[in-house]
Design a protein around this ligand. Sequence first.
Ligand code: OAD
Length: 237
Amino acid sequence: MQHIVFLTGAGMSAESGISTFRDSGGLWENYDVMKVASIEGWYENPDLMLTFYNERRAQLDKVEPNEGHQIIAALEKDFKVSVITQNVDNLHERAGSTEVVHLHGELTKACNESKTKVYDIGLKPIRPGDKAEDGSRLRPFIVWFGEAVPMIEKAAALVSKADIVVIIGTSMQVYPAAGLIHYARRGVPVYLIDPAEEVNAPSGVIIIRDKASAGMARLKEEFLKSEAGRGSASSLK
Ligand code: OAD
């Protein structure tokens, strides 16, 4: 079974109604990224950060996985599928994907300040003054700018084993996530689905200039055709 590794970013969830960060009208136009998404921001104004992530978490109740998420999940019938996402929403899981690596954390989790204890909180808000068991402040389980990205090694190992890599809806501006593509083995096809006129992709990447759902619908057909071809070739042997 071929192994497809997906690298997804905010554009993956855009059609579900979740804003991206850097597009026009994106979240970083309305919020100061360092105030709501950096470890310094947490020390300066934790209440503002709690409110920001409480709003993001509450929004999860109002959105649904889109067709793109669903196609990725359905590909598990014919392929080994791993999803590595920069997204903190749970839409891949809700669509049915069973292996999802969250590089930048998860909205439905909270943790203590040293990030050694993680709690499932679902869609509940974290309130100012909420404490973890060790007495430290309870905080969103998010990887902020200035923090380590503990899942990067697992993600790099997955990309290095992939037979096919598909990047969807990321501006590839945030490292180390943007560097993962370099772990793909030589000769492995790398696709990028993004509707933007200009994309930030190394040469050799096959660009599908489309939204996540339409781009995935096209790719799915291509993948299933080539998998069927492989199947009939091996049955002739
Ligand atoms: P960006 O907002 O930087 O990029 C979103 C990308 O999605 C752009 O390339 C868009 O063209 C594309 N896009 C928009 N609509 C789309 C659609 N319907 N289908 C497919 N693509 C679409 O988001 P990320 O690259 O994910 O981190 O941002 C990376 C990180 O920066 C985030 O995880 C977050 C942010 O700061 C933290 O907060 C730590």
